[in-house]
Design a protein around this ligand. Structure first.
Ligand SMILES: C[S@@+](CC[C@H](N)C(=O)[O-])C[C@H]1O[C@@H](n2cnc3c(N)ncnc32)[C@H](O)[C@@H]1O
Length: 243
C-alpha cells in the first residue's frame, strides 16, 4: 500500500523537530566540558561581554528575570550577583546543562523547556537575557514572539550573541576561529569534534545583527537597538516592550 504524501508544512515541522532534538542531545553531550572550553576559547573575554549584557538588563522595570537558553547558568550567576532582589528563572531545553550549572546560581528556578514554547503565562517577566543561545534555536521568529509574550509592558529583552559577521575584520576572525580553532580545540577538550564544528557553523549561518533586530521589531518589540563588541565578534541587542 502506498502511503499518503506528507504535506510540505508537516515535512518542515518534523525536520525542525529533528534538528531541535539533535541540538538538545548535542548540548547534553558537551555539557560536562562546556564551561572549560568557553573559558579557554574566549580567554575570559566572554565574562566581560556577559557583565556588559547584565548591566543593560539592570534597566528592566521591577519584577522577575528570565535567563533564556541559560545553559550552565553563567548569566544567571551574574544576574544573581548584580540583581539580588529579583526572582530569577533559568530556562533551557538541555536538562544536563542546567543541572551542571545549578551551583552557580542556587536561587534560580531551573526550568527545562523549549524557547519556542515557553511554559510561562503572558507578562510573567520584567526582563529576559539570552546569551549565545538564540542562534541555536531552530525558529528565531517563534522564539522572539515567545520572549515578547512572556514579558510584561515596559519589559526588556537583552540578547548577547555571535551574529553573522558583516565587517571584513569580523568575517576574517569568524572564519579562522569557527573553521579551524573552535572544532580543533573543542575536539581536544571534549572529544566531540562534530559538536564544535556544528557550533562553529551556527555562528556563520545565523542572522546578521541588523536582520535579528528586524525579527524583534516584527515580533512586536519597540526601541530595538544593538551594538558590537570587540570589532563585531559578538554583539548586544536590546529590545523593549512598549509601556
Ligand atoms: C552556547 S549555549 C549558551 C549557554 C549560556 N547562555 C551561556 O551564556 O553560556 C546555548 C544553549 O542554548 C540552549 N538551547 C538551544 N536551543 C534551545 C531551545 N530551542 N530551547 C531552549 N534552549 C535551547 C542549549 O541547550 C544550550 O544550553
Amino acid at each position: 500500500m502506498q502511503s499518503a504524501p506528507i504535506p510540505e508544512q508537516k515535512r518542515r515541522d518534523s525536520h525542525e523537530k529533528e534538528h531541535g532534538d539533535a541540538v538538545r542531545v548535542m548540548f547534553d553531550r558537551i555539557a560536562p566540558t562546556y564551561d572549560a572550553l568557553n573559558r579557554v576559547m574566549s580567554l575570559g573575554v566572554d565574562v566581560r561581554w556577559r557583565k556588559r549584557a547584565v548591566r543593560e538588563l539592570e534597566s528592566a522595570p521591577p519584577g522577575p528575570i528570565l535567563d533564556l537558553c541559560a545553559g550552565t547558568l553563567d548569566l544567571s550567576k551574574l544576574v544573581s550577583e548584580r540583581m539580588p532582589d529579583r526572582e530569577l528563572t533559568a530556562a533551557d531545553f538541555s536538562a544536563e546543562m542546567l543541572e551542571l550549572g545549578r551551583n552557580k546560581a542556587p536561587r534560580a528556578r531551573r526550568v527545562v523547556c523549549d524557547a519556542m514554547e515557553l511554559p510561562f503565562p503572558d507578562g510573567s517577566f520584567a526582563g529576559i537575557i539570552a546569551g549565545f543561545g538564540i542562534r541555536n534555536v531552530s525558529k528565531t521568529e517563534l522564539c522572539a514572539k515567545e520572549a515578547r509574550r512572556v514579558l510584561k509592558k515596559g519589559g526588556l529583552f537583552v540578547t548577547l550573541e555571535f551574529f553573522k559577521p558583516e565587517s571584513l575584520r569580523a568575517k576574517a576572525f569568524h572564519g579562522v576561529y569557527a573553521r579551524a580553532v573552535l572544532p580543533t580545540v573543542g575536539a581536544a577538550i571534549s572529544g566531540e569534534r562534530s559538536a564544535y564544528a556544528y557550533l562553529a557553523e551556527s555562528m556563520q549561518g545565523f542572522l546578521t545583527r541588523r536582520a535579528y533586530e528586524d525579527v524583534l521589531r516584527n515580533a512586536g518589540f519597540t526601541n530595538v537597538r544593538g551594538y558590537d563588541l570587540l570589532l563585531g565578534i559578538a554583539s548586544i541587542v536590546i529590545a523593549e516592550v512598549a509601556p
